[in-house]
Write a protein that binds this ligand. Structure first.
Ligand code: MN
Length: 243
C-alpha cells in the first residue's frame, strides 16, 4: 500500500524515513510544496524507485509567494506523471490570495491537460466547490486529499472522476467517516499528510496510513486484508492511467 499524500522532504531525516517506510511494506507519494523543492525531494527515491514516487507541486498556501516558480514547474512537468500538492485554500489567512491561487491552479491544470493528464494530489480546504469547478474537463486522475466538503460535493467530485486519499484523522472524525461510506470502493486511497498531521500530539509517519484501514473495517464492512488489497489494487490501477 502507498501513503498517497506525504511531505517526505519535511521530516527531519527523510532518507531514513523513506527506507524504514519501504522496509515496512509501504510506499509513498512524496508531494512537494514548491517547484524548487523538486530536485532535492526526487533524490529521496534513490534505491527505492518502485516504492517512492515524487510529485511536483506548488501549494496553494504558498502560491502568492512562489508564483514566480511556475516557469520551473512547467520545465519539470514533462518528466513526471505525478503532480501535487496543488489546489486552492479558502481558509482564514489564505482567501485573500484566492486570485493568485486561481491563476496558479489554472495554469497548472491547463498544462496538465494539454500534456495528457497526470495523477494529481489536490488540496481543497474551504474551497471544495471552486476546486471542482476548475477540475471540470481536465484530463488526468485528480485525488482529493483529506476531502472536507459536503455529501453533495462528494457526489459531484465522484462524477468528475475524482479519487480520494483518506487519512487516520479523517476516518476518526464523525463527518469524515460519514463521507468515506459514500466513496466508491475503487476510488479510495490512503494518506497521512505527515509530518503536518498528528494524532495525540505524535507526528504521523508514512506507514501510519495503515491506521486508516483499522477505521475502515466496520465502516466498509470488510476485513483488514481485503481493505489492504483494495487500496493496493486502486493504486496500481491509478498508476496505469498515467505511467
Ligand atoms: Mn499536505
Amino acid at each position: 500500500m502507498v501513503d498517497m499524500h506525504c511531505h517526505l522532504d519535511l521530516y527531519e531525516d527523510p532518507f531514513a524515513i523513506a527506507k524504514e517506510t519501504v522496509a515496512r511494506g509501504v510506499g509513498i507519494l512524496s508531494v512537494t510544496t514548491t517547484p524548487k523543492a523538486w530536485a532535492g525531494t526526487k533524490k529521496l527515491e534513490q534505491g527505492l524507485e518502485n516504492s517512492i514516487y515524487t510529485a511536483l507541486g506548488l501549494h496553494p498556501q504558498l502560491a502568492a509567494q512562489r508564483f514566480d516558480e511556475l516557469g520551473l514547474f512547467d520545465a519539470i512537468l514533462p518528466t513526471t506523471p505525478f503532480v501535487g500538492e496543488i489546489g486552492l485554500d479558502g481558509g482564514k489567512g489564505f482567501k485573500n490570495s484566492m486570485d493568485i491561487q486561481l491563476k496558479v491552479f489554472r495554469h497548472i491544470l491547463s498544462n496538465v491537460h494539454s500534456s495528457g493528464g497526470r495523477v494529481m494530489s489536490i488540496h481543497s480546504r474551504y474551497a471544495t466547490e471552486q476546486v471542482l469547478d476548475e477540475l471540470k474537463g481536465i484530463d488526468g486522475a485528480p485525488i482529493l486529499h483529506w476531502f472536507t466538503g459536503s455529501k453533495r460535493q462528494l457526489r459531484r467530485a465522484i462524477d468528475l472522476g475524482c479519487w480520494f486519499s483518506v487519512g487516520p484523522n479523517m476516518i476518526s472524525s464523525k463527518g469524515g467517516a460519514e463521507l468515506v461510506r459514500y466513496i466508491p470502493l475503487n476510488r479510495i486511497l490512503l494518506e497521512t499528510d505527515g509530518p503536518f498531521c498528528k494524532i495525540d500530539g505524535e507526528i504521523l509517519m508514512p506507514w501510519d496510513c495503515k491506521k486508516t484501514i483499522d477505521g475502515m473495517i466496520d465502516l466498509l464492512g470488510k476485513s483488514k486484508p481485503d481493505i489492504s488489497q483494495l487500496v493496493s489494487d486502486n493504486f496500481t490501477h491509478l498508476k496505469k492511467l498515467v505511467v
